[in-house]
Write a protein that binds this ligand. Structure first.
Ligand SMILES: [Zn+2]
Ligand SMILES: [Zn+2]
Length: 150
């Protein structure tokens, strides 16, 4: 199971051009992830959300039991902010064959739009927005210091 999430970034070119967003809990402003992507849900293209490829623990905790939705047979679990306890998204514990076969971004931690406050992450020069392609180079550089420009 673990290897599924630890594979090196091998993103489709489409995803490499996506901007990197830092994401906070919309309820308590705890920082949950410094690398999320604005994405459309495969199974429901009307739903905007943010996703990440690295576990946001310990900022979040998985709560409740596994369940599946009507969309497909992925096994998912709700994800709650450990600071305020609000539900902020879900984690795909076991992706279904349909989702693995389709063009997906390999992100299994999903944040709900209404539970997220985001800011574009800037590159090291502080001038340009970081793209997912840039992350491949600096994947080990987990900096939490870059302040968002407003
Ligand atoms: Zn699925
Ligand atoms: Zn929170």
């Amino acid at each position: 199971m673990e290897s599924l999430y630890n594979k090196p970034l091998n993103l489709h070119p489409y995803f490499k051009q996506k901007k990197v967003y830092i994401l906070w809990c919309a309820f308590c402003k705890q920082r949950l992830s410094d690398r999320t992507m604005k994405a459309l849900l495969l199974s429901d293209t009307s739903a905007n959300l943010y996703s990440t490829d690295i576990s946001p623990k310990p900022a979040v905790d998985l709560v409740g039991k596994h369940y599946t939705t009507d969309m497909c047979s992925c096994k998912i679990k709700d994800m709650a902010c450990t600071s305020c306890g609000n539900s902020v998204g879900y984690h795909v514990v076991l992706p279904c064959a349909k989702c693995m076969d389709s063009c997906n971004n390999g992100h299994f931690w999903i944040f709900h739009l209404h539970a997220s406050t985001v800011s574009k992450r800037l590159n090291s020069s502080g001038c340009d927005v970081l793209k997912w392609a840039d992350l491949e180079i600096s994947v080990e550089n987990k900096s939490f210091d870059d302040e968002p420009c407003r």
